[in-house]
Design a protein around this ligand. Sequence first.
Ligand code: SF4
Length: 219
Amino acid sequence: MLMLGYIILIIAILILSYALIILFLTLISIRRGKFYFPNLIKPGLIVVEGLLRSIWRALRLDDKELISFTIRLRNQMNHDKFCAVPMNKRAIFLPQCLRSAKCPADLTTEGLVCRRCMRCGIGSVIDQLENDGRMVFIIPGSTFIKRMIKEYHPRAIVGVGCLLEVKEGLEMADSIDMIAMGVVTSKDGCVETTMEWEKLLEVVELVPGDPLTASSLAP
Ligand code: SF4
């Protein structure tokens, strides 16, 4: 019984030490704007996420900063593979909250079909997003993403959303071995959100050799 207690204690100490190492690497990466040991941090952020968040909060650090870092890290790690995917094998998912409250588009089984009425930013950018055969979906929920992936077999996706949506979307993509990049909207909410379209275009148009600049790292 005593032995079992020791084993549990040792495991707990090991997990805590691992979480502290990940925390330290995450903090210096954020502060210096550079990713240190990304291959170690990425699984660490998944395995000890709950514990890491508790320590993060106990240190009174901003939760958003950790989520934002996770997104930037995943984008950075997917960058080279994403650049290598042909344009016509990329799918872009826009959340329907970006449209105008007076949007006349109809909801179909593949999301909203934009009528280019120009009441919102989607109208002026959608043709450029669709250039070179890229697929664009304006969706009311994340369930559409998996369905469209099954239907159209893109080899890489770009997901747009608020911080939490993008984080969860990138995790989902990882779980199904899909190359994904996340771009965060500039205004949160459920209606008439906004985003920096240049940032999205910069990401969707990435080709081999292009760097992932600070402006295209979300957010
Ligand atoms: S531009 Fe498209 S998405 Fe935006 S409001 Fe008009 S129809 Fe809707």
